[in-house]
Write a protein that binds this ligand. Structure first.
Ligand code: FES
Ligand code: FES
Length: 177
């Protein structure tokens, strides 16, 4: 039976109606029209659907919406606000999170399908480790649960460069996200 859920997504309170057990990804994309998180495998094995929940990466394709009540969900669309809050400035949709800007500066995406999840993983990593080595970046994107982040276009080298670029900017302007 459909039920109403109160969620906090990208800093805003949202009320959605869904069957209990509906994957968070479906609610984000279909009800809230947040299309940054993507459906890749649907099995928590590729990372295309990654979002932050209370600051940590989760795979929204396998997380039931009812488990998100009382938690803070951030999609890639909400990263500028995360950065603004961290810096103590007014949210400005024109100011990207340094991870997003680094992805542009390094021209990281090819088809782009996986890249929302890659950036979410980068924000999570930099919040725990503001100066990751190449080995630590590789480890975060491959060995850290729930599973590796997969890119069928093979942008892995550019992702490493972008994470390191973002780290430099964040360390010089505002600390970890
Ligand atoms: S779509 Fe969720 S991990 Fe692949
Ligand atoms: S950029 Fe195409 S799947 Fe990663």
């Amino acid at each position: 039976m459909k039920t109403k859920f109160a969620l906090t997504v990208n800093g805003a309170k949202q009320r959605v109606t869904a069957e209990p057990g509906t994957p968070l990804l479906y609610v984000l994309r279909n009800a809230l029209k947040l299309t940054g998180p993507r459906f890749g495998c649907g099995l928590a094995q590729c990372g295309a659907c990654a979002v932050l929940v209370d600051g940590k990466e989760v795979r929204s394709c396998v997380v039931p919406v009812d488990s998100m009540v009382g938690k803070k969900v951030v999609t890639i669309e909400g990263l500028p606000e995360v950065w603004a809050q961290q810096k103590g400035i007014a949210p400005n949709s024109q100011t990207l999170h340094p991870v997003q800007q680094a992805w542009i500066d390094e021209q990281t995406p090819k088809c782009g399908y996986c890249q929302s999840g890659m950036m979410i993983a980068a924000v999570d990593l930099l919040s725990k480790n503001p100066n990751p080595t190449v080995a630590e970046i590789k480890d975060a994107f491959t060995n850290t649960p729930p599973s590796p982040h997969l890119c069928r276009c093979g942008t892995y080298a550019a992702i490493i460069d972008a994470v390191q670029r973002a780290a430099k900017v964040m360390n010089s302007t505002g600390g970890p996200a």
